[in-house]
Design a protein around this ligand. Structure first.
Ligand SMILES: C[S@@+](CC[C@H](N)C(=O)[O-])C[C@H]1O[C@@H](n2cnc3c(N)ncnc32)[C@H](O)[C@@H]1O
Length: 175
């Protein structure tokens, strides 16, 4: 299940790349959900991929079907936590912690501060630019994010450097 799928371009890419799984997209924004549905149709994935869920991480408990809950293998969120308020990160870990079972994963992708410092000048400028749009947004400090993980039984298992100063962080549910 993907949280904050945006336009849906990533979702259809992953669905095509991994045909053995079902990629469940979601977004709180109706226009984004329409875009996701259009991508699903354009890529002729209607028979394989479910329609996006209207899911806002802060509206808890998350309303997802029992079928999805039982078949859930992991949760992915790409470029979401820095363009949402900090309480969204807290809610993401709390609800994911309730839904996921031991051994399952939560993956975050995006820019992070490491040791409370930006990893590049471009991230510093990007951080300032998103804060001008909303002062509750901002690139998160990885230790603070992982601490929210720990509180919900997620171990930070791996940090993978990605292009353009992004990271992919793998959290594993340990109990
Ligand atoms: C920068 S976009 C990233 C979209 C997409 N994942 C990508 O990488 O292209 C941030 C996304 O987070 C979603 N978002 C913001 N606040 C959210 C929340 N409270 N719960 C779930 N999604 C949220 C927005 O609707 C938007 O689609």
């Amino acid at each position: 299940m993907e949280i904050g799928s945006g336009s849906g371009e990533h979702g259809v890419f992953f669905q095509k790349r991994f045909p053995e799984i079902i990629w469940q997209t979601s977004d709180p924004d109706l226009l984004n959900r329409k875009s996701i549905s259009s991508w699903i149709e354009y890529e002729e994935l209607n028979k394989k991929m479910p329609q996006p869920l209207a899911l806002d991480v802060e509206k808890i408990p998350w309303k997802i079907s029992l079928n999805l809950e039982n078949s859930l293998q992991g949760i992915v969120s790409i470029n979401m936590i820095h363009v949402a308020q900090w309480t969204s990160t807290i809610a993401l870990f709390r609800e994911s912690g309730k839904l996921l079972k031991k051994g399952q994963f939560l993956i975050l992708y995006g820019p992070f501060k490491i040791g409370n410092k930006h990893t590049s000048q471009s991230n510093y400028f990007f951080d300032n630019s998103i804060k001008l749009k909303n002062d509750l947004w901002g690139i998160r400090n990885l230790d603070d994010v992982s601490y929210e993980g720990e509180k919900n039984n997620f171990l930070q298992e791996n940090i993978i450097s990605m292009p353009v100063n992004n990271f992919l962080i793998i959290y594993r549910k340990v109990s």
